[in-house]
Design a protein around this ligand. Structure first.
Ligand code: IMP
Ligand code: MG
Length: 180
């Protein structure tokens, strides 16, 4: 088993590059089938989703566009569901069939807030694809992704765009925290 060190923590390989490629291909096929005749707008959520978005978008065969946002969500009674855009939307979304592209959905807080904002902006439809989903951690069930690469246990993962304190995003495979 391949082991890597990121910021002094040890991680074990969890999904190989080949396994990732096959999961991404499966998601793309489902989206291509569901969006036949449509022209979806993909919104990649930076930073974590950049690698998944890139691989997924290459497999999309319907006419599609892609744009990017960077979000920051706040948990707290008064602010729950409020998502600040550190990099805001650059294109109008009104009337568009939007597909949000995320790296991982954990509690769902960020996506719960963002989907709400997109609906308020008048999108025709909004669906969510996330490469990874932690069903054991979800608190905002409306943020359960429609298109999931893989559901994983509630464990910390790194690589394939996902970071541990900003490091490890460059790893082409996915790693999980080493268990003693
Ligand atoms: P949520 O709003 O709780 O769903 O948080 C989702 C965000 O938390 C993701 O977009 C990631 O940036 C981060 N995150 C959650 N779990 C992990 C993990 O296991 N590794 C790296 N980042 C994670
Ligand atoms: Mg993310």
């Amino acid at each position: 088993m391949q082991i890597v060190t990121v910021n002094e923590l040890t991680f074990d390989e969890y999904l190989s590059e080949q396994e990732i490629a096959s999961l991404v291909k499966d998601v793309a096929s489902r989206i291509n089938a569901d969006y036949a005749g449509k022209e979806p707008l993909f919104i990649c959520v930076l930073n974590g989703a950049f690698m998944y978005a890139s691989d997924l978008f290459k497999q999309i065969t319907v006419p599609a566009e892609i744009t990017f946002v960077r979000l920051k969500s706040y948990e707290g009674t008064a602010t729950t569901g409020k998502v600040n855009m550190l990099i805001p939307l650059q294109v109008p979304v009104e009337g568009r069939d939007v597909i949000i592209v995320e790296d991982i959905v954990d509690t769902g807080l960020t996506m719960h807030g963002f989907m709400q904002q997109l609906r308020e902006a008048g999108v025709a439809s909004v669906e969510l694809t996330s490469f990874l989903f932690k069903p054991g951690a979800i608190k905002y069930v409306d943020a359960t992704p429609k298109y999931i690469g893989k559901s994983i246990p509630t464990k910390f993962v790194v690589g394939y765009g996902l970071d541990y304190d900003e490091k490890g995003r460059n790893l082409p495979a996915l790693y999980t925290l080493h268990q003693e």
